[in-house]
Design a binder for this molecule. Structure first.
Ligand SMILES: *[C@@H]1O[C@H](CO)[C@@H](O)[C@H](O)[C@H]1NC(C)=O
Length: 347
């Protein structure tokens, strides 16, 4: 018997729930005696590198200060500079360039519409050479260019409506890219091609309805991909085929349909065959000339299934549990099964 327990898809997909582990850290902040900008807090604090090792680093925290320009004086050995929730729309890059060890810069929740201002105006001056992490969540970004050694880039919730492949051409080292929450309905073909080192890409909550076949081309190092909370109705198999190293795929909170049609060899569907697909809304199993048995608990975990199509198989009956275990079911075909199931359930 051929068991349809997603063997078909398993090669490309490991459907998994994205668990955001927010570990409870014991934070040991140490005093840092330095002349600190007014309103800011300067401390030696734990920092987690993009490679996930931790160390204690000089940190200047200027969050929530209504700043419209960079605070001064910034201590020369600043490693992490937090400027979250201010009113910054441009940066005085030369000032940042005086900080040779600046590694993490948090500019989330400000008013940037461009990060061109972060790059050097004079080509011979290396700009922000040590910077590894840049947080730009919740700004109004529309333009983007080069930060050579950046490893991690957060661009969530920036009201971006399209993605220009040119933005990423100068980020060959980038490993983590978060683009979630931007209303980009269509991804461009080969938009991420330059990101040869990218390991994790988050495309959650963007309203994506489908993917162009070549949307993910060139992401040869990608291991983890999230499409959480989009409007996908099918698994974008063609696009995913271009990802040789993919290990984790999050398709939760989409409107997935699955079709198991025209399969000569399919004779039975066994217990919990679909247990990895809790988000499935539509299941189509049609034109399988030898399919004669569906286990009563075959669709056991499909709590969101709304539509079940079983036309043109060799099925003569369906166990009542097959249908009664589906709380959201609204549509069954052929209808004879449905009537049969409910009538049987009454006795
Ligand atoms: C930058 O970091 C290096 C290595 O940790 C250190 O030796 C150097 O003093 C730092 N530079 C400044 C200006 O603090």
């Amino acid at each position: 018997m051929l068991r349809v327990s997603m063997v078909l898809l398993q090669r490309q997909l490991v459907l998994c729930v994205w668990v955001c582990v927010s570990s409870a850290l014991v934070v040991h902040s140490l005093p840092w005696s330095v002349s600190c900008p007014a309103g800011c807090v300067c401390q030696i604090k734990p920092w987690f590198s993009p490679q996930s090792f931790s160390c204690e680093v000089p940190t200047v925290d200027c969050n929530n200060l209504f700043l419209t320009q960079l605070p001064t004086p910034l201590p020369l050995d600043t490693h992490t500079l937090c400027l979250q929730s201010n009113l910054l729309s441009a940066l005085e890059t030369p000032l940042l360039q005086t900080l040779p060890n600046l590694t993490e810069l948090d500019l989330s929740q400000n008013r940037f519409s461009s990060v061109r201002t972060l790059t050097s105006t004079q080509p011979q001056t290396p700009s922000l050479r040590s910077l590894l992490s840049l947080h730009m969540e919740e700004n109004q970004l529309r333009a983007f260019s080069g930060l050579g050694s950046l490893l991690r880039l957060h661009l969530n919730n920036n009201h971006l409506t399209s993605i220009d492949p040119l933005w990423f051409t100068t980020l060959p080292c980038l490993q983590v890219l978060m683009l979630g929450g931007n209303p980009v309905e269509v991804l461009p073909e080969r938009g991420f091609q330059a990101l040869v080192s990218l390991r994790s890409l988050v495309l959650g909550g963007m309203g994506l309805k489908g993917l162009p076949e070549r949307a993910l081309e060139g992401l040869d190092s990608l291991e983890s991909l999230s499409f959480y909370d989009n409007l996908l109705t099918t698994v974008p198999t063609q696009a995913l085929r271009r990802l040789p190293g993919l290990k984790f795929l999050d398709l939760n909170k989409n409107r997935l349909k699955l079709g198991l049609n025209n399969m000569e060899e399919l004779v039975a569907i066994e217990r919990a065959a679909m247990e990895n697909l809790p988000e499935l809304t539509k299941l189509e199993i049609t034109n399988n000339p030898r399919l004669s048995y569906i286990h009563p608990q075959a669709f056991f975990q499909l709590g969101r299934l709304e539509s079940l199509m079983l036309n043109s198989n060799a099925l003569t009956a369906l166990h009542q549990h097959t249908v009664l275990s589906l709380p959201r079911l609204r549509e069954v075909n052929p209808l004879t099964f449905f009537t049969f199931c409910y009538v049987t359930a009454l006795f």
